[in-house]
Design a protein around this ligand. Structure first.
Ligand SMILES: [Fe+2]
Ligand SMILES: [Fe+2]
Length: 379
């Protein structure tokens, strides 16, 4: 049997996953409990944790990319050329001091890594399944290429966790984590947004640390620039898929787009505010960071969405903060338990729902969508 390649050099998702499994088997960690706990965290399905998705693969397989053919072929050629082959490999810049890290920061950082690894792997699982089930060559080619990238990303983060003695069991997750069903159009909105917001998040941290290298408390952030270009390409692919059918971005679907934009932005806001030490260590004001990521994502999304959210509206941040406070109330109530806990939890959920609806009702800003959506990563 040939030894599997390093996941960074894998050409397919299958190879990358095999490489991760082999590396995991080779590493003998005494800290088994921690890995189990990490996998448990990754298994959680709440409003705030990354989910695994399934969809109507036959409907997705029937997409005809003819209306966007020339942009499509260019994008696929670029992804096939694989500019980041070999990027996800450590070099001499990789100097980690897990022991020297403040334990509370370490906890938040590990939580960030587990959540990121799960999100990356969620993309891998969905894309790989589409590739496996499909027969439309345009679609299977794209999804194979995206699955390859996401497997590398998840593998790289898992490798980082392994150095701290923790491993998220990706094989176990694939089999046991609950899958959420989304109709294909919802997959397009949600995945387009998560790819573009992923790009905006990675590049914003990278650019910030370029200016403030003293805050780079772990080497993984140095890998973010090339990394986020993969996410940018994935987002481009979904922009083209959305462009194949004008109905996807008009009529009642505009309401769905607004719903997804609001849900994705507010989830990110709430989740990031739960990691104050992590953002302090990066020297990043978490409110500034959130707004900056929304601004970049909104600007990019003008390529395909007929409006953007008004993130400078007076009710915007106020409502996000209410959702964040409600989520803290819900968590505390759950921990307390009993009747009092239940009452407080329900009250928290009502508060969060009210703030969410109020955010949804903020008038959006109309946008003239360009003929060709293609963009280059410019941040
Ligand atoms: Fe990724
Ligand atoms: Fe991606």
């Amino acid at each position: 049997m040939n030894a599997p390649k390093h996941s960074a050099f894998a050409d397919t998702a299958e190879e990358a996953i095999a490489a991760q499994d082999a590396a995991a088997a080779a590493a003998d960690f005494a800290d088994g409990m921690t890995s189990e706990q990490a996998t448990e965290v990754a298994m959680q399905n709440t409003l705030l944790t990354p989910r695994f998705y399934t969809t109507d693969f036959d409907e997705m397989d029937s997409i005809d990319v003819t209306p966007v053919r020339s942009d499509w072929d260019k994008l696929i050629a670029q992804m096939k050329s694989d500019p980041n082959k070999g990027h996800f490999k450590k070099n001499d810049d990789w100097q980690v001091d897990w022991e020297g890290m403040d334990p509370a920061l370490r906890k938040e950082f590990i939580d960030f890594l587990i959540s990121s690894c799960t999100a990356e792997f969620s993309g891998c699982v969905l894309y790989k399944e589409m590739k496996r089930r499909g027969s439309n060559e345009d679609i299977t080619t794209l999804f194979q290429l995206m699955a390859r990238d996401e497997a590398r990303h998840a593998g790289f983060i898992n490798d980082t966790l392994r150095e701290a003695g923790i491993r998220v069991n990706l094989g176990f997750l694939t089999q046991k984590k609950k899958y959420t069903y989304f109709r294909p159009k919802f997959i397009y909105y949600a995945t387009y947004l998560s790819e573009k917001i992923g790009y905006a998040r990675y590049i914003t941290i990278f650019r910030h640390l370029e200016k403030h290298p003293e805050h780079r408390f772990h080497p993984i952030f140095q890998w973010f620039r090339e990394w986020c270009n993969d996410e940018f390409s994935h987002g481009e692919a979904f922009a083209l898929l959305l462009k194949t059918d004008p109905k996807l971005t008009s009529g009642v679907n505009k309401l769905w787009i607004k719903f997804f934009l609001t849900a994705v932005y507010s989830t990110m806001w709430v989740r990031d505010h739960q990691r104050p030490l992590f953002h302090d260590a990066l020297g990043v004001d978490v409110t500034w960071y959130g707004q900056e990521v929304f601004r970049k994502t909104s600007e990019i999304s003008k390529q395909v969405f007929p409006f953007t959210l008004d993130i400078d509206h007076p009710r915007w941040q106020a409502n996000l903060n209410k959702m964040e406070a409600a989520s803290r109330q819900i968590a505390a109530a759950k921990a307390r338990g009993g009747i009092e806990g239940t009452v407080s939890r329900l009250a928290g959920m009502a508060k969060a729902a009210t703030a969410f609806v109020s955010t949804l009702l903020i008038p959006s800003i109309p946008n003239e969508v360009p003929e060709s959506p293609r963009m280059e990563p410019a941040y």
